[in-house]
Design a protein around this ligand. Structure first.
Ligand SMILES: C[S@@+](CC[C@H](N)C(=O)[O-])C[C@H]1O[C@@H](n2cnc3c(N)ncnc32)[C@H](O)[C@@H]1O
Length: 224
C-alpha cells in the first residue's frame, strides 16, 4: 500500500515561507528588520484591536510578510481599506502575492505623506499602524514620522506601534516636545520576545482608543 504524503495546508505553507523570508532578511539587515520572526498571531491581533472604530483607510508601515495585515483582515477590515508601506522589495512582492489586490507602496515610511499623495490615497486616513523598529530610531526620525502620521490622520492619530521594550518606544524628549499623548493598550506575552502595544495621539487630542483595547494601568499586566 502506498504511503500517503502529508498534506500541507496553504496557510502553513505561507507561514513557512514567511518565516524563512523574514529570517533571511533579518540576516541581511538586522537593524531594519529588527526581529528574527514575524509578529505572533497574538501580537498582530492586539495591534489590530487597538484601531479606532472609524471609517477610512488604515496605513500599515513596515508590513514585512503580512502578520499584522492578516490580523487586520481577520478583524473584518476590507482589503480596500488597507495601504501598506514597506521599504524592502522582496517583502513587497511577498505581500502582493499573499494578499492579491492589496495596495502596497514600496518606499520609506519617512516619506509617508508623499507616498500616500502619490498613490492618491484619500486623506485623512483613520489610523497609522506601525511595525517599524521605532525604538531604535534617532529622535529626528521619530519626530518626522509622528508629524506625518498626525498630518495624514487629520491631527487625530492614533499612531499604533508595538515594542519589545518595557518602556514606551517614544523618546521622552520627543513626546514632551511634540506634546504627544501615549497609552499602552496591550501587553502581549505570547510573542518572542513579549511585546507591548502603544497608541500615540497628537497634541490636544483626547486619547480615546474606543471600547476594544484594554488599557493597562501602571504595574498591571495581561496575558496575551
Ligand atoms: C519588525 S519588522 C515588522 C514586520 C511585520 N509588520 C510584523 O509585525 O511581522 C519591520 C519591518 O519594517 C520594514 N522597515 C524598516 N524600516 C522601514 C522604513 N523606513 N520604511 C518602510 N519600511 C521599513 C522592514 O523591512 C520590515 O519589514
Amino acid at each position: 500500500m502506498l504511503e500517503q504524503a502529508p498534506i500541507r495546508s496553504e496557510a502553513s505553507e505561507t507561514a513557512r515561507h514567511a518565516h524563512w523570508l523574514f529570517f533571511r532578511k533579518w540576516v541581511q539587515s538586522p537593524l531594519s528588520v529588527a526581529s528574527i520572526a514575524p509578529s505572533s498571531p497574538d501580537l498582530s491581533k492586539a495591534m489590530a484591536a487597538s484601531l479606532p472604530d472609524r471609517d477610512g483607510i488604515v496605513v500599515e508601515l513596515g508590513g514585512g510578510t503580512g502578520a499584522v495585515t492578516q490580523a487586520l483582515l481577520a478583524q473584518g477590515l476590507p482589503l480596500e481599506r488597507i495601504v501598506i508601506i514597506e521599504r524592502d522589495a522582496h517583502f513587497c512582492a511577498f505581500l502582493e502575492r499573499r494578499f492579491p489586490g492589496i495596495r502596497v507602496l514600496q518606499g520609506d515610511a519617512g516619506s509617508l505623506k508623499f507616498l500616500l499623495r502619490g498613490a492618491n490615497v484619500a486623506l485623512p486616513v483613520s489610523a497609522v499602524i506601525s511595525g517599524l523598529p521605532f525604538v531604535s530610531m534617532p529622535n529626528r526620525l521619530q519626530v518626522r514620522l509622528l508629524h506625518q502620521a498626525f498630518a495624514v490622520t487629520g491631527g487625530k492619530g492614533p499612531f499604533i506601534q508595538f515594542s519589545y521594550s518595557p518602556l514606551s518606544p517614544l523618546k521622552r524628549c520627543v513626546r514632551d516636545r511634540m506634546g504627544v499623548i501615549e497609552q499602552c493598550t496591550q501587553q502581549v506575552w505570547r510573542n518572542l520576545p513579549p511585546a507591548k502595544v502603544w497608541c500615540f495621539y497628537g497634541a490636544g487630542i483626547k486619547a480615546s482608543p474606543g471600547p476594544r483595547p484594554r488599557l493597562l494601568l501602571e504595574g498591571q499586566s495581561q496575558t496575551g
